[in-house]
Design a protein around this ligand. Structure first.
Ligand SMILES: CC(C)(COP(=O)(O)OP(=O)(O)OC[C@H]1O[C@@H](n2cnc3c(N)ncnc32)[C@H](O)[C@@H]1OP(=O)(O)O)[C@@H](O)C(=O)NCCC(=O)NCCS
Length: 144
């Protein structure tokens, strides 16, 4: 792995990054609930002992969904998002995932470029998926 799995001690830092990176962040409580789920796997990347990026994945049978990916703004465009995605894909494959899905805002070109770079393809749009009314693009990567 490029990063390491979350521990409970990471959740404050992840919640703070969520607030910095998203208009509709996951709350600390949502992060805790995911952390406690046996189907959820979270990854963090550190720099000098501080969490600078993270990702999260849920798995159900042979399907998975990437639920969280973000990198501290000051650390972007240096490959960290790709490292996190590579870890999430590896974790999914180790658990027998055959189809890995994610949703991304249609306006979020950086994330879409990252996901295309990681082998995902666009499937369809979900109309008014986000609380502010923006559409989501559903993307998938399939494994043999
Ligand atoms: C999306 C995000 C995680 C990318 O993290 P990152 O560390 O900057 O990504 P990387 O440096 O690993 O980039 C990998 C590839 O993604 C693409 N990419 C990333 N940011 C991009 C940008 N701003 N514009 C165009 N392409 C971009 C490029 O193909 C890039 O490869 P390259 O640098 O060799 O051209 C980061 O922008 C982020 O945290 N955004 C806010 C949170 C968010 O929107 N998360 C996704 C929710 S669905």
């Amino acid at each position: 792995m490029n990063g390491r799995l979350w521990t409970m001690d990471d959740l404050d830092a992840i919640a703070a990054l969520e607030r910095d990176c998203f208009s509709d962040p996951w709350s600390r409580r949502m992060l805790v609930e995911s952390f406690l789920s046996e189907r959820f796997f979270g990854v963090v990347l550190e720099e000098g002992g501080a969490v600078v990026g993270y990702g999260g994945l849920s798995v159900a049978a042979d399907e998975g969904e990437i639920e969280l990916v973000a990198v501290n703004e000051m650390y972007r465009r240096c490959g960290r998002g790709k490292l996190i995605m590579d870890d999430l894909v590896s974790l999914a494959c180790e658990r027998g995932v055959k189809r890995l899905y994610l949703e991304v805002r249609v306006s979020n070109a950086p994330a879409q470029m990252l996901y295309l770079r990681c082998g995902f393809r666009g499937l369809y749009a979900r109309s008014r998926y986000y609380p502010d009314g923006e559409d989501a693009l559903v993307m998938v990567r399939e494994f043999d």
